[in-house]
Design a protein around this ligand. Structure first.
Ligand code: SAH
Ligand code: SF4
Length: 377
């Protein structure tokens, strides 16, 4: 099978070109054609020597993903479902805002972490995406949107990427890093390190590696202020408990493009949203990790058996954090009419882990709903 050039970052492309007996600058030209101009046909690449074009045509290709569907939300959010073969499909979501365009990118077909409140987690895990399959989501979305919005060349649509689609990016580290490097490269998408965010459930050793290899912005899915509750929601916490996670976050800040870590906290009715939880969260992070809190109202799906915290409880929770001096935002729900909101991405996953069964079992053992002060007798 022909080599897919989307699998390479610039270093990989350089090594590949050198292997073909070509100079380094050819790799830069190729990279620009592919990522900046959206070209996939070597014949289009007019400033490449004819001999190189025909050499490439025999052995390499620029192979994107087949689009299964495109849904446009009333608020302008767009969700694409991409076929990744073998009965698996992954989703990407474009979220237009006044001052920027964000693409939410998937890293795996399914996810092996199995968080209770996440519909991807309920689907189980099939496989890691390749670098080319990760970057193909951006390649496709950027050029499709440029064409649709009739932008002039070089005027990019997506200036913010969040690895918050399907999958745990730090459990697909080797494929992730070249994809991130391509997002950052001036010869490709030229995104700022502050505007590429890896979101993780807390794979501590990989947070340390990312700090060294490619320190982009980091979001950590916290969801609970203590280990017992966090383990019941985010099972990987058993392996990497909160204290270790906090230390890894602190170390990450040495290299991070921003001087804070974003903690994501999904607001689950009666589970992690009481005033006591808010106070415990303040005690956990204050004076320990410079951070911002991003509260995400839970986006329900039937199999979860969970419900979204009422608006007033989210506001009260946010206020406790803000009063303690912690910058806190409540994430606006976007695209929920097309199931494109956080945690609703489900794609198609040929599960190899019996996730649904495992999660159903855990649901019986269950999370004991905490008692709310307002519910107290
Ligand atoms: N695996 C990574 C990135 C993908 S999930 C991670 O867990 O961080 C992206 C974000 O969506 C995470 O913060 C996750 O906790 C959140 N999320 C998952 N399911 C959700 C749901 N049903 N409602 C709201 N947010 C959800
Ligand atoms: Fe995986 Fe993230 Fe979903 Fe947890 S929240 S199951 S880590 S995708």
């Amino acid at each position: 099978m022909a080599v897919n050039l989307l699998d390479f970052d610039l270093d990989g492309l350089t090594a590949y070109c050198e292997g073909l007996g070509e100079k380094r600058f050819r790799a830069i030209q190729l990279c620009r054609w592919i990522h900046q101009k959206g070209a996939s046909d070597f014949e289009q690449m007019s400033d490449l020597a004819k001999s190189l074009r025909s050499k490439l045509a025999g052995v390499a290709e620029v192979r994107g993903l087949d689009v299964i569907s495109e849904h446009v939300s009333a608020d302008g959010t767009i969700k694409w479902l991409f076929d990744v073969g073998g009965g698996n499909a992954v989703e990407s979501v474009y979220i237009p805002e006044d001052d920027r365009g964000t693409l939410c990118v998937s890293s795996q077909a399914g996810c092996a972490v199995g968080c209770r409140f996440c519909s991807t987690g309920h689907q189980g895990f099939s496989r890691n995406l390749r670098t080319g399959e990760i970057i193909a989501q951006l390649w496709f979305a950027e050029h499709r949107l440029r064409q649709r919005q009739q932008r002039t060349a070089g005027d990019r649509v997506i200036d913010n990427v969040v690895m918050m689609g399907m999958g745990e990016p730090l459990q697909n580290y080797d494929a992730l890093v070249p994809a991130l490097r391509t997002m950052l490269s001036d010869h490709a998408y030229g995104l700022s390190r502050r505007r590429v965010t890896v979101s993780t459930s807390g794979v501590v050793p990989m947070i340390d590696r990312l700090r060294v290899d490619c320190p982009v912005a980091l979001a950590v899915s916290l969801h609970a202020p203590d280990d017992t509750l966090r383990t019941s929601l985010v099972p990987i916490n058993r392996k990497y408990p909160i204290a270790e996670l906090m230390d890894a976050c602190l170390r990450y800040l040495d290299a991070a493009p921003r001087d804070f870590i974003t903690f994501e906290y999904c607001m689950l009715d009666g589970v992690n949203d009481t005033p006591e939880h808010a106070a415990a969260l303040v005690a956990l992070v204050k004076h320990r990790v410079p951070c911002k809190l991003n509260l995400i109202p839970f986006n329900p799906f039937p199999a979860s058996g969970l419900t979204r915290s009422p608006r007033e409880r989210v506001s009260a929770f946010a206020k406790t954090l803000q009063d303690a001096g912690i910058v806190t935002t409540v994430r606006k729900t976007r695209g929920d009419d097309i199931d494109a909101a956080c945690g609703q991405l489900a794609g198609e996953v040929q599960d190899r882990t019996n996730a649904a069964e495992r999660l159903a079992r855990r649901r019986v053992i269950g999370i004991q709903p905490a008692m709310h002060t307002e519910d107290a007798p």
